[in-house]
Design a protein around this ligand. Structure first.
Ligand SMILES: Cc1cc2nc3c(=O)[nH]c(=O)nc-3n(C[C@H](O)[C@H](O)[C@H](O)COP(=O)(O)O)c2cc1C
Length: 186
């Protein structure tokens, strides 16, 4: 697999007219997702057997898709084999996967991914930006905080928010203000 790197790849997963940030675990040549809590992504994958991993670098899109739905014009239809899949219109690159539920527990499903197609739409390079990285971290904590608002999670969100304010550009600051709207400020 070319685009995924070893470890957990934080991509935006698209299923039928749905998008959400999800981690793809890629280790020893095997790609999997662990999906918690009855998400739309989990239900769609169980029903349709496919998912697209969108590689994007828009912090606003990570925050937005973690908390709400996108309108239909955010998706592009892609025929892959004999199926129609959907990717994000703004994806720099995308990987279409067949997806099979490998394991199911009360709280999560483990999904095994088989790549069907990999396309680079825009060859772009991004210098490391701690503000962008911290938006991703803050958003992970914020999705948990919404379900379980503990002081520890609030502290982690605040820690990452400070880094976004110090190191982020305009897009990271816009993403942070959106995030604060979803979880409420102090
Ligand atoms: C960077 C990032 C990575 C995430 N990874 C996962 C994951 O691997 N599994 C999961 O179940 N939720 C993960 N989430 C949380 C989901 O994105 C979140 O629950 C979302 O609301 C699910 O949306 P859906 O119901 O439209 O599928 C992640 C969130 C972020 C911000």
């Amino acid at each position: 697999m070319g685009l995924l790197k070893g470890g957990i790849n934080e991509i935006i997963a698209t299923t039928s007219h749905n998008a959400a940030p999800i981690g793809i675990h890629y280790r020893d040549g095997k790609a999997t997702m662990i999906l918690f809590g009855g998400s739309h992504t989990a239900a769609n994958i169980e029903r349709d057997g496919w998912v697209v991993a969108n590689i994007v670098h828009d912090p606003v899109l990570y925050v937005k898709t973690a908390f709400e739905d996108l309108t239909d014009d955010a998706f592009v239809e892609e025929p892959v084999g004999n199926r129609t899949m959907y990717r994000l219109a703004g994806a720099d690159a995308w990987i279409a996967f067949s997806a099979a539920v490998e394991k199911k527990t009360g709280e999560a499903i483990v999904v095994a991914l088989t790549p069907e197609r990999e396309i680079i739409e825009n060859a772009v390079c991004y210098p490391v930006n701690r503000g962008f990285n911290s938006i991703i971290d803050a958003t992970v904590h914020a999705t948990r905080y919404r379900a379980n608002p503990t002081p520890k999670l609030r502290h982690l969100i605040d820690y990452h928010s400070d880094i976004v304010k110090k190191c982020g550009g305009k897009k990271e600051l816009a993403a942070l203000s959106l995030l604060e709207g979803y979880i409420g400020q102090h």
